[in-house]
Design a protein around this ligand. Structure first.
Ligand code: FMN
Length: 318
């Protein structure tokens, strides 16, 4: 029997109605919500699809995922079926997924992002797309999300081809190669027309097998996610909400280490309107439902009629 969240959890994310503010994070729900085969996704606000590139990608060779004490390390390498397959086989199924679908776009040039975003824009059911900007720009070698000029150009070019589809920009928690902070980059994205921000992608990381003396991932470097990264992302959500998003009225989708409802509640109080779960549902498929139920009880205890009243509500004693 499906669980229906109370109206307290309903949100309007840039015009997209969601039954709860909890979504499955990019790359962790399958290419298009295959997680729906093993859990009830109707109580979720949506699922974010796998990042799609123009050409199909096999991704990095195995091992490309490993578990650590604080979560998991991955270097999947953007394995995905490519835009052609997305358009012919995946896009037509979006409307039947049973929850909102947020598309995710990756690429190594502005033109590639624009081509994929405009293809997704025309698809019934895709109302929001995320730009995964943790991808190196073929021209500069820097990640789009670490290069304010390239980021601004990318966001405004994509915004120029997306009609009613909202564009969310997913930033990295650590920006290497630029003096800009995550707040600076969030400002660039908002000024260039981003409708929302996603904080954050995985934290750059590495692990070594001390017996073989080899890196645990074939790619040597990877990205850390799961409980260990959660407080890092809470801080960034707080800074970006106070620094730009709150005043600009730009919603934040916070992702990083949610494995209990309290983690999601922390994100809301820090300034997130919506919360994503990635590694959490790998560890335990029951986590998304527990988070939704826990948030519902929390709203009741906090005496609010809508979870939106708690967004950014951390008491700093100022
Ligand atoms: C196996 C795996 C695959 C991922 N693939 C993508 C992806 O394709 N695009 C993207 O933007 N983020 C991707 N991510 C990052 C997640 O969406 C999320 O930002 C990150 O894992 C932090 O959340 P978590 O701690 O709840 O896992 C992936 C993460 C994992 C663990």
């Amino acid at each position: 029997m499906g669980y229906a969240p109370s109206e307290r959890l309903g949100i309007d994310l840039c015009g997209v109605g969601m039954v709860s503010p909890v979504v499955l994070a990019a790359g962790t729900a399958g290419v298009l919500g295959e997680m729906g085969d093993v859990m009830d996704i109707s109580m979720l606000g949506g699922i974010v699809g796998k990042s799609i590139t123009r050409e199909a990608r096999e991704g990095n060779v195995f091992p490309r995922i490993t578990f650590t004490r604080g979560g998991m390390l991955n270097a999947i390498g953007l394995a995905n079926p490519g835009l052609g397959v997305w358009e012919s086989e995946i896009g037509p199924k979006v409307d039947g997924v049973g929850t909102n679908v947020i598309g995710s776009v990756a690429g190594d040039s502005v033109e590639e992002y624009v081509e994929i975003a405009s293809a997704m824009d025309g698809v019934e059911g895709v109302k929001i797309i995320e730009l995964n900007v943790s991808c190196p720009n073929v021209h500069s070698g820097l990640e789009f999300g670490a290069d304010p000029g390239a980021l601004g150009e990318l966001v405004s070019a994509v915004r120029g081809v997306t009609g009613n589809t909202k564009v969310f920009v997913k930033l990295s928690p650590i920006v290497v190669g630029t003096p800009s902070t995550v707040v600076d980059l969030a400002k660039v994205a908002v000024d260039a027309g981003a409708d929302g921000l996603v904080l954050c992608n995985t934290v750059p990381a590495m692990g070594i097998d001390v017996n073989t003396r080899r890196p645990v991932l074939s790619n040597v470097m990877g990205g850390m996610s799961g409980p260990a990264v959660h407080p890092i992302v809470v801080r960034l959500v707080h800074l970006v909400y106070r620094g730009i998003a709150g005043d600009a009225g730009v919603p934040i989708l916070a992702v990083g280490g949610v494995s209990r409802w309290e983690d999601a509640a922390e994100f809301i109080l820090a300034g997130a309107s919506c919360v994503g779960i990635g590694a959490g549902s790998f560890a335990d498929l029951r986590i998304p439902k527990k988070v939704v139920k826990g948030l519902d009880r929390w709203c009741l205890k906090q005496g609010v009629g809508s979870i939106g009243e708690l967004v950014g509500g951390v008491e700093l004693g100022e």
